[in-house]
Design a binder for this molecule. Structure first.
Ligand code: DON
Length: 566
């Protein structure tokens, strides 16, 4: 308590008064129900389902399948993810539909005989994919909570795949950026590249995916079996065998989505419900929020050097704990209760040296590095009854492994890279891991996805989540804190410039625009290393301000999303 209390007091005296944020930057509002999705077709489809009497789960199913067609960078049926669901009685559920390692996977599968990493093997091509969970997840939650017919919810996605849709600038740019990778795999080339000399799809072109439409029809008719059994599973196995992949029909048959106990975090009178293992999201979020709670962040000033320092020093040890302790709890013991307890975090804070930058190496030493090119996606939904879905799902990198499974139209994830492929060697997000996150058959790789729902006095307050790999957790923490600590509306909270620290590399990442030279200098003087990043996260969220009847929503302008509702 000693040093940090002294330091906070000093700052509070130096900067008196509270910050207020003008409400003139207005979010989108609807009185009854709302979808915030990362892509406009999907947002409209979700809103239509809600308007036709569907509930939040129905809308989530329709949005999830639509994104697999219209947002192939991240929307998927060949990947996996997580849902936090809160029903109108305020019961909260966590659904894990994360991918798992194939039965034939092993801890050294990405190493050569000398123990060196086989370059790109966990990122590109057939070996990079985990057994997908998305269809099982959407099927499972729909069976328990859905209201409308399953088949009806897949119909819009089927039509978009079969008849095509118009490519926008955003998708055209993404297809262009990965054209070389698609060209490596014949099954991907014929879908994502056109025939002829100018093979690139352009803005305004119609994009048709017949194989995907046929797979979606099988899922519409047979439920999850349309993916995990029968023709789709056979096509999967055949293509895997032909190309050196490991996933078999047995892997697909055995896949199950699992209900887990959500992580609950008390934060300044609000309750944040978030994702437990195999996502690190809820645990690290708990450590960050528990850590910043003793500080009067308003007094420090939003995005001031001191505000950034408080977050940074707490994130430093939270991410160090992530690397050390976290992995799939069906395989390893993790002291979750301890890690998310307030006394534990307070003890860690007491050891922080507030007079200069902290030292990541002293927390636990491992190598460092970082990578980029992320893509995952999040949607937030509330229906007229107050049921809410917060779902983040992914194929990991943009377009996953870049492999389309022949004859299915399904893009395979490259989620195997989220395992600790070799202890001490960072993954594409620069994240380190060790034994707890080593590869084992049927184990789920550790995630950072943090779909979250915030309640207050048992009422729904906020639904939030983001893509961004390791940056997801700090993104969600900052949006929640922007609302609760700084009184921002959802638009301001999402648009505000973001920063990030993840223990290793020992660098504060700052979004390109939005931090003044003064702030940067104050951090540098304290000994922090800074690195600019174009953007951090793409948060899509909604909330109901105190005393308001309306839902307010905002799709992060860092992405291409849309809010719709009624
Ligand atoms: O599960 C994870 O944490 C990562 N596979 C998420 C990847 C991601 O967010 C990429 N996004 N922008």
């Amino acid at each position: 308590m000693r040093i940090y209390t002294f330091w906070v007091l000093l700052v509070c005296i130096a900067i008196p008064g509270k910050e207020t944020f003008s409400r003139s930057f207005r979010p989108v509002k609807f009185s009854q129900a709302m979808v915030v999705a990362p892509e406009p077709y999907a947002a409209d489809i979700g809103a239509d389902v809600l308007q036709k009497g569907g509930n939040a789960v129905d809308a989530a199913v329709a949005v999830g399948f639509a994104l697999a067609v219209t947002y192939p960078q991240a929307g998927n049926i060949g990947g996996g993810g997580f849902i936090i669901y809160r029903d109108a009685d305020n019961d909260v559920y966590a659904l894990d539909y994360r991918e798992k390692a194939p039965l034939k996977a092993g801890r050294n599968m990405y190493l050569d005989e000398e123990g060196n990493i086989l370059e790109n093997a966990s990122l590109l091509g057939y070996l990079a994919g985990g057994v997908p969970g998305t269809v099982a997840g959407l099927w499972k939650i729909h069976r328990k909570f859905g209201k409308l017919e399953w088949i009806q919810l897949l119909q819009p996605a089927i039509e978009l795949a079969e008849q095509g849709f118009i490519i926008d600038e955003y998708l055209a740019g993404a297809l262009r950026a990965y054209a070389e990778d698609f060209a490596r795999f014949p099954s991907s080339r014929k879908i994502f590249l056109k025939e002829g000399p100018d093979s690139l799809y352009k803005e305004g072109d119609r994009f048709i995916q017949k194989d995907l439409a046929a797979t979606l029809k099988r899922i519409a008719r047979q439920g999850a079996d349309g993916f995990y059994k029968g023709k789709t599973a056979l096509l999967f196995e055949q293509d895997m065998q032909k190309n050196g992949g490991l996933i078999t029909r047995e892997d697909l048959n055995r896949y199950e989505a699992v209900w887990r106990d959500p992580i609950e975090i008390d934060y300044r009178g609000y309750k944040v419900h978030s994702m437990p293992l195999p996502s690190s999201g809820g645990i690290v979020l708990a450590q960050i929020l528990n850590g910043v709670e003793p500080y009067d962040l308003q007094a420090l000033g939003h995005n001031s050097a001191d505000h950034i320092r408080v977050f940074t020093e707490i994130a430093r040890f939270a991410y160090a704990d992530r690397a050390r302790f976290l992995g799939d709890m069906d395989f390893v013991d993790v002291p979750v209760e301890k890690l998310i307890s307030k006394p534990y975090t307070r003890k860690r804070i007491a050891r922080i040296n507030w007079f200069g930058a902290g030292d990541s190496d002293s927390l636990l030493s491992m190598n460092q590095l970082t990578g980029e090119s992320p893509q995952t996606t999040h949607f937030s939904i509330v229906d007229r009854w107050g049921n809410a879905v917060s779902s983040t799902y992914t194929i990991n990198g943009n377009f996953g492994s870049k492999v389309v499974i022949e004859g299915t139209g399904v893009l395979l994830n490259n989620e195997m890279d989220d395992f600790s492929v070799k202890p001490g060697v960072p993954n594409m997000f620069g994240l380190l891991g060790n034994e707890a996150n080593a590869i084992e058959p049927e184990k789920r790789m550790l995630s950072s996805m943090t779909p979250s729902i915030v309640t207050r006095n048992d009422s729904l307050f906020m639904v939030i989540g983001s893509p961004g790999g390791s940056r997801i957790i700090t993104t969600v923490a900052q949006v929640i804190s922007n609302v609760i600590d700084f009184g921002m509306n959802i638009r301001q909270a999402i648009e505000a410039p973001r920063f990030h620290h993840q223990w290793q590399p020992d660098v504060i990442f700052l979004e390109d625009s939005g931090f003044s030279r003064d702030t940067e200098n104050l951090l540098k003087i304290r000994g922090y290393k800074l690195q600019k990043m174009r953007t951090i996260g793409i948060a899509n969220g909604l909330m109901r301000a105190n005393h308001s009847k309306n839902w307010q929503g905002w799709a992060d302008p860092r992405g291409n999303g849309k809010v719709n509702g009624y």
